[in-house]
Structures are given as C-alpha cells and as structure tokens.
Design a protein around this ligand. Sequence first.
Ligand code: MTE
Length: 482
Amino acid sequence: MKFLFPLFMLFFFKAYEMFVDDRTAYCEAAKENKVPAGLFRKDLPTFTEAQLKEHGKTASRIWVAYKEGVYDITDFVKAHPGGDKILMGAGSTIEAFWQVYPVHHKPETFAILEKHRIGNLKLDPESKLRDVNDPFAHEPKRHPLLNVLSQKPFNAETPKELSVANVITPNELHFVRNHLPVPQIDASTFELEIENKLTNQKFKIKLSELKEKFEQHTIPVTLQCSGNKRKFMNEYEPVQGLMWDVNGISTANWTGVWLRDVLAHFQIDLKDAKIAHVQFDGLDTDPTGSKYGASVPKEKVMNEFGDVLLAFKMNHADIPADHGYPLRVIVPGVTGARSVKWLRKITLSNVESDSHWQQNDYKLLAPSIKNIKEANFGEYKAIQETAVQSAICEPVAGAQLDREDSSFTVKGYAFSGGGNAIRNVYVSVDDGKNWHLAELKRATNSDAAPRDYREWAWTVWECDVPMPSDAAVCGSWITTSR
Ligand code: MTE
C-alpha cells in the first residue's frame, strides 16, 4: 500500500505530460476550462522577447504572447470580433488589453487562442512587457445595492425592488453601462472640441462658457441599454453579451444646453445638405488610445425632430463620474449607446462615426446569425430609436404572494423611443383573457414640449389585479401615441 501512492502519482504526471504535449487535447481541455491558455508547452519551441517584438503589426507573420504562450494570429486577425484591435498586442503581450476587455477571459476564447499556439515565451530578465498598471485603478465608488453584471468594465442594473419606486431614478441607483475604464477629467481645464469636417472648421468651448452663454434646459430622459432584457432572449436561444434583466434602463432629469444652440453659435447650419451625421467621441479610451464613440443622424439634433442636450447636471447635481462627468450628450428617444459620456469632441460629417460601437456593435442582426463572428456588420444599420418596451418589475420574480388575498398590485414601466408617449397600459393575470387598465405615473417636466411626440421619459405604471385561483401567465399590453 505504501508504494501505491507514488505509483499513482507517477501515472498522474505521465498522463498530464501526454496531455500537455498534445495540441488537440490541450485545446479541448482549454474549451472546458480545465487548462487555462498560456501554460508552458514542452512540445513547442521557446522564443525570446526580441523574437516576439520582430513580429509586430507590420511583419508578415503577426505574433502575440499570453502568459507563457506565443501565438501566431496572422490568420485570425480578419475573424476577430473586435476588428483589428487585436493588433494592439502585435509583437507584445495581450494581458493588458484583456484587462480592459475582460470578456476574453472565457474558455471559448482560450480555445481559439490555443489553436494558434506556436511556442513559449522567455521574458528578458529586465523585461517591462508586463509592467502595466490596472486601468481600472481609479474607478469611482458605487452604491452597494446596484445589481452588478461586470466589475471591469463596470456594468450594473438598478436594484429590482427599487426600479419603479419613483419615476426618476436617484443618481446612485441609475443603471451603469461602461465599455472602458472611467476617465479622470479636470473640469476646470476641460474644453469641448467641435469640428465641421465639411468646411474644415474647428472650434473649442470651455465648460464654463457652455454654462454661461446658452439657455439651460432640464428634461426627464429615459436611457436604456440596447441589451436590456437580453437575459430573457437567452432563454429562447443562447445570445452573446451581458445578461441584462429588466433594469438596464433608468430615468433622470438631465440639465444642459441644446446642442442645436451651440452649433448655431458657431454658425454651423444643420440644414446644409452635406452634413448627414453628428458624431460624438468620449474621453474613455483603451490602451491604444482608441475611443468610445457613436453618432446620430443630424435630424435628431434639429429642433423639428429632437432635443439633443449637452448635459452637465443629472438630477440637479454634477453628473457622477460613472455617468459622464463633466459633460455628456443626451440623445432622447434613442438607444443609450448614442448618449456618449465624458464627451470630448463633436464632429459634423457626411458619414457615421467610425467607432467600433457604431460600426460593429449595437446593430440588430438577422436571426439566422448564430455567432457574432459570422455577421457582416456592414450590412446592418446602427440602432437608433428605441422600440416600444415594457416590463413587470413587481412582484419580483420568485416573490411569495398570499393566495388568501383577493388582489395584489403589479408595478412596472413602459417606454417608447422616438418621443412617443405611452397612452395606456393593460395588465392580464390570466393569459390574456381579461385585461386591467393600469394607473400611469409620468415625469413632471417644466421644459416639456407638448407630449405625445416629445415624451422622452418612461411611464411608470401600477395596477391592482385579482389574485388568480391557479397558476397564470401575467403580461402587460401597451398602447402608444403612434
Ligand atoms: N459613452 C462612453 N464614452 N463610454 C461608454 O461606455 N456607454 C454607452 C453610453 N455612452 C458608453 C457611453 C451605453 S452602451 C449606454 S447604454 C449608456 O451610455 C449608459 O449610460 P449610463 O451608464 O449613464 O446609464
């Protein structure tokens, strides 16, 4: 019995060695997360840091390193879902980039990476390759009740139990959707840049000038992430992205100045047929300096159709760091992705923003596309106006109700993009046989233009419904002004 244990260990190590020597087995194991990518592989050659550097983005074969692994990614660059951002790590290590885009830390990505494995990396004794600071080291403090979907970058929902307690969401509980680390900005030296690409004119304006020179307006606006309720889509068929429940949506009173007034001040005429899109760049960047950006068709900014705000206050306080301090654009009635936070630059152009998030994300793909990598994003239009949306927020899923009660209260929200007001909400607790009219609560709005075509905020609703005698399907039915 005494020597059985060493024998067993010997067998174990032999099996492990075979395993690590075999590329297919390694990939399969990586897929099941049994072996993380980047382990030393004794069946492959070892390369120096200098050899790795020779295979930068202009080399005929492009290499990257991850942990102890060296990978030839030349043939993968085209298929990379994040486009040529992968070249950021060319001839170097990719850990720093994966810190900013932690979505990579999953078995599927490890498996893809391992398929391109060509060797091991031997770092120089004095190597600086891994001396990277945590790009998320300066993130702001967050409310402990937020329902966190990811820490880095930070993404969180309003807690379920509080989401429709009021029409206006308190700043600390407003949902957060960040793609990159929160930038640190000195508001006292901050300047917004405006460029008219069609006349080659460039302007700059200080935050203090924006506040002083233009009439200020406060409007209640609902922002919603395009992925709101994705979790439920995932129940039909697996989908990619953060699994938002029903609270990737919130409403705040935003104060700022109309973008159209600022453009008019610089004699920029949006009626100029050559201008088609208004692009926005954020100050949040990834390690290569590539920025978050988005654009909207110019009509959104024109008085006839929209109320685009350059906002510096959220619910009458300075905008919190997570929500775009010191300046963000608010594009009411349009998907949240276009309301660029930490706004640095506005560009008037004949084309859309070239940002990854305008071109290769936030698009509605055909149902036949099962994997994002198969999508030809150029074929699809960027999502702009939000479709009608509603959700039951209370009772929260799994809540216990007393069958002895004759009725109970259902609460939720309804929202439509494009400025359409919610007219009515009906609730059914018997699979659609009977419908009960809900009571509606809207945001009060001093600067509100006539409702119905300029309703930029959600409607919170509440409805007393009879206690069903049996298990029943509960649903809501919405009518809007259009
Ligand atoms: N702006 C910048 N600069 N960076 C971002 O990551 N996220 C966008 C948008 N503006 C984003 C941004 C997305 S996808 C959404 S839904 C909203 O901001 C969310 O705004 P919030 O975090 O204030 O709720």
